[in-house]
Design a protein around this ligand. Structure first.
Ligand SMILES: *Cc1c(COP(=O)(O)O)cnc(C)c1O
Length: 362
C-alpha cells in the first residue's frame, strides 16, 4: 500500500501528516547533528532544546502558569493510576473517584491500594452510556482529590465542562482528549494523559501538576514514583522517551501553527458534528450508543447497527474501502470511529458517504 488510509484507531492513533513528514526528513540526520533524535544523549544541548521547547509550546497551548510543573514520564496513563494516589492521597488518605468507564475503574483499583476510595458517582449500571450529572455526585469535602476521566475512549462519552468540586483538587485522566480544546488549567490540581491518542506516540505520559500538591508526597515513596524527583530532574531523572517527546514537540508546534486550541476545537466540533448528524439522520439505521446527547464525545464516536451480522459486514466492507479501525472495543461491541485532533475531516466525509451507501444496499 503506497497511500495512507483513513485510520480510525483508538490508540495509538493517527498523527498529523505534516508531523510525520518532518520527522521523516529529520530522522537520518537531525538538523545537521549527524544523528537522529533516537541516537543522541538525553543530556545533550540538542535534546535539551527539544524538551525545553516542547514544554514551552505545551504551556503556551494550554496557558499553563508557573505555579504548575509539566512532566514527560513513562509508564503511560496506567502508571499515573498509581502515581496519583501514592503522591496525592496523604495525609487525608481518602479520595473521590467519578467512575465513567473502564479506565476510571482501573484508576479506582490503584487508588484503593493507597487509601480509601469513595465512588462519588458512577453510571456503570447503564453500561456507562452517559455521565453522572453534577447533582448526582456525592462528594466528600475532605477528600484528598476528585479523580475523573474527561473522555471515555471506549464508551464514547466526554465531559463538556469539568465537574464542580469546590476546593478539593481536581485530578483528570485526559488521555484521549488532551489538547483537543482550550481548558482552564487553574481548575485542575493535576492532569495526566498518555500521549498516544491525541498528541504523540505511545511511551510518554504528559503530567501537569500544581506545585503546592508536590508537598504531599511521603518521604518513603520509591524514588521513581515521586513527582518531586521528576520535577527536580526536569523529566530527565532517568533516560526519558526522547523520540516520543520530540514528536509531542512537533505536534505542539503544529497546533500552534494552525491557530492554537480554539481553532482545533472548532475543527473537532465540526468534524464530529458531521458524523453525529449522519447517525441521527439515518432513521435509526445507525444508533448512537451514548444516551445523553450532551455527553457525546468529539473524539470517539460510538454507534451500533441493528444486528451484529450487519456490524460485522460493515466493518469488513469498510476495511476494504480503506477505513481502518472501526470495530468497537471488545467490551462494548458495535462501531467506534476515533477521530482525534489529527484525523482529517475529509476522512469523516468519505466515511459518511460510505455509511449512506451501505445503508442503501443493506
Ligand atoms: C488509553 C487510555 C489509558 C491507558 O493509557 P496507557 O498509556 O496505555 O497506559 C488510560 N486512560 C484513558 C482515558 C485512555 O484512553
Amino acid at each position: 500500500m503506497s497511500e495512507r488510509i483513513y485510520n480510525f484507531s483508538a490508540g495509538p492513533a493517527v498523527l498529523p501528516e505534516e508531523v510525520l513528514k518532518e520527522a521523516q526528513a529529520d530522522l537520518f540526520n537531525y538538523k545537521g547533528t549527524g544523528m537522529s533524535v533516537m541516537e543522541m544523549s538525553h543530556r545533550s544541548k540538542t535534546f535539551d532544546d527539544i524538551i525545553v521547547n516542547t514544554e514551552k509550546d505545551v504551556r503556551t497551548l494550554l496557558d499553563i502558569g508557573d505555579d504548575y510543573s509539566v512532566l514527560f514520564l513513562q509508564g503511560g496513563a496506567t502508571l499515573q493510576f498509581s502515581m496519583v494516589p501514592l503522591n496525592l492521597m496523604p495525609p487525608a488518605n481518602k479520595a473521590d473517584y467519578i467512575v465513567t468507564g473502564s479506565w476510571s475503574k482501573k484508576a479506582v483499583n490503584e487508588g484503593k491500594r493507597a487509601g480509601a476510595v469513595n465512588i462519588a458517582g458512577t453510571t456503570e449500571e447503564d453500561n456507562f452510556n452517559h455521565l453522572p450529572l453534577q447533582d448526582e455526585l456525592k462528594l466528600d469535602p475532605e477528600a484528598a482529590y476528585v479523580h475523573y476521566t474527561s473522555n471515555n475512549t471506549i464508551f464514547g462519552t466526554q465531559y463538556l465542562s469539568e465537574p464542580e468540586v469546590g476546593n478539593v483538587p481536581l485530578v483528570c485522566d485526559a488521555s484521549s482528549d488532551i489538547l483537543h480544546k482550550k481548558i482552564n488549567i487553574t481548575k485542575y490540581g493535576l492532569i495526566y494523559a498518555g500521549a498516544q491518542k491525541n498528541i504523540g506516540p505511545s511511551g510518554v505520559a504528559l503530567v501537569i501538576i500544581r506545585n503546592d500538591l508536590l508537598e504531599r508526597a511521603p518521604e518513603e515513596l520509591h524514588t521513581y514514583m515521586n513527582y518531586n524527583i521528576h520535577v527536580k530532574g526536569k523529566s530527565l531523572y532517568n533516560t526519558p522517551n526522547t523520540f516520543g517527546i520530540y514528536i509531542i514537540g512537533l505536534v505542539a508546534k503544529h497546533l500552534i501553527n494552525i491557530g492554537g486550541l480554539d481553532e482545533m476545537y472548532k475543527r473537532n466540533k465540526e468534524k464530529a458534528g458531521l458524523l453525529y448528524n449522519c447517525i441521527d439522520e439515518s432513521d435509526g439505521y445507525y444508533a448512537g450508543s451514548v444516551q445523553n446527547k450532551e455527553h457525546r464525545s468529539l473524539m470517539n464516536v460510538t454507534f451500533n447497527l441493528g444486528t451484529e451480522e450487519l456490524e460485522k459486514k460493515i466493518i469488513a466492507e469498510a476495511n476494504e474501502a480503506g477505513f481502518s479501525g472501526l470495530k468497537g472495543h471488545r467490551s462494548v461491541g458495535g462501531l467506534r470511529a476515533s477521530i482525534y485532533n489529527a484525523f482529517p475531516q475529509k476522512g469523516v466525509e468519505e466515511l459518511i458517504d460510505f455509511m449512506k451507501k451501505f445503508k442503501a444496499n443493506n
